[in-house]
Ligand binder design. Structure first.
Ligand code: ZN
Length: 326
């Protein structure tokens, strides 16, 4: 800042009494305020603020902080920040969405975009989690449904290490939980979610059936519900690929798993099912089934890989559970 200009966030107030105290450490009370603060931080080339207010689960999260900071700064310097237009805000206790248009110019070209950003509150602090983007002015990104995203249990939470209890009866409560879990999985861009990950220590998980899956039950793209599952007959043929987990944000590692598995489970209608499943669907089922047994994908990593990821896992753990800044 070279002069006492009005704040780039569009409040009409001077920067010094508007976003400045927050950029210096004051915590915003709402996700919409954080949205405005991040916009003005981009406009004023304050990459540290962007980094500090980004959730580890964000796709923008980068463990290489100096590269990340450099990239944000490059963007700030090559962009003219004309104005921020908030189209819609939905806020609940732990989650919020803010849909906005960022009116921007680069090399005399209009590069404005609309984004529906998701924010999650951790340790009383709002953090930017993810965003759905569209070019130009795109009010169609506004969702009319009320948000029903459940708070997630993150690595270090003891519930993730407990063996979950069987589900005795499929009640309305269970059906409501499945609906909320589906919204949570989709809202966080997950492909599977187990009940302990949303603080319910019961033997239930959901998956979104992969497009290429040839299993008997459910259509590709649909949500499948597994209640009191038991896995058996793992194939001797195995394959290794990279996995991630909503409870351990921004960490990915190679996991070896059987190619095929048999699963006995009760579906949401209370019908007993038995299926032989292979490929990605089998992998997701094994990953989620691990959750209800207190096992995490990082437990399957090779010693070398685990040791390599350990500092990042610890840093994320500290940030989430102690509110420690990066
Ligand atoms: Zn997981």
């Amino acid at each position: 800042m070279t002069k006492t200009t009005t704040c780039p966030c569009g409040s009409g107030h001077p920067y010094l009494t508007c976003c400045n105290p927050f950029h210096k450490g004051l915590a915003p009370k709402t996700a919409e305020k954080l949205m405005r603060l991040r916009y003005s931080a981009y406009a004023l080339n304050l990459p540290t603020y962007i980094i500090k207010t980004t959730h580890p689960a964000s796709s923008q999260f980068n463990h290489d902080l100096s590269k990340w900071s450099h990239d944000v700064s490059e963007f700030s310097q090559h962009t003219i920040f004309k104005s921020l237009e908030i189209l819609d805000t939905q806020e609940q206790d732990h989650f919020a969405t803010v849909t906005f248009v960022a009116h921007l110019e680069q090399d005399k070209k209009d590069v404005s975009f609309t984004e529906r950003s998701t924010f999650e509150k951790i340790k009383g602090k709002w953090l930017y989690r993810s965003g759905l983007l569209s070019a130009g002015h795109a009010p169609n990104l506004i969702t009319t449904n009320q948000l029903r995203i459940l708070p997630l249990a993150y690595y270090g939470d003891p519930i993730l290490r407990k063996v979950a209890e069987p589900v005795a009866k499929i009640t309305d409560k269970i059906r409501a939980l499945v609906e909320e879990m589906t919204e949570t999985m989709d809202g966080c861009n997950g492909i599977g979610l187990a009940a302990p990950q949303v603080h319910h220590s019961i033997q239930l998980f959901i998956i979104r059936k992969p497009e290429e899956s040839k299993s008997e039950q459910g259509k590709p793209g649909e949500v499948k519900v597994f209640i009191n599952p038991t896995l058996s007959e793992p194939s001797s043929e195995k394959w290794t690929t990279s996995e991630g987990c909503l409870s351990i944000p921004s960490i990915h590692g190679d996991v070896e798993r059987p190619k095929e598995i048999t699963v006995d489970y009760t579906d949401l209608e209370g019908v007993l099912q038995k299926e032989k499943i292979s490929g990605w669907e089998a992998r997701i089922i094994m990953h989620e089934n691990d959750h209800i047994n207190g096992i995490l994908f990082i437990d399957h990593l090779s010693k070398i890989e685990r040791r390599k990821l350990e500092p990042f896992i610890n840093a994320i753990c500290k940030q989430i559970h102690n509110g420690t800044e990066l």
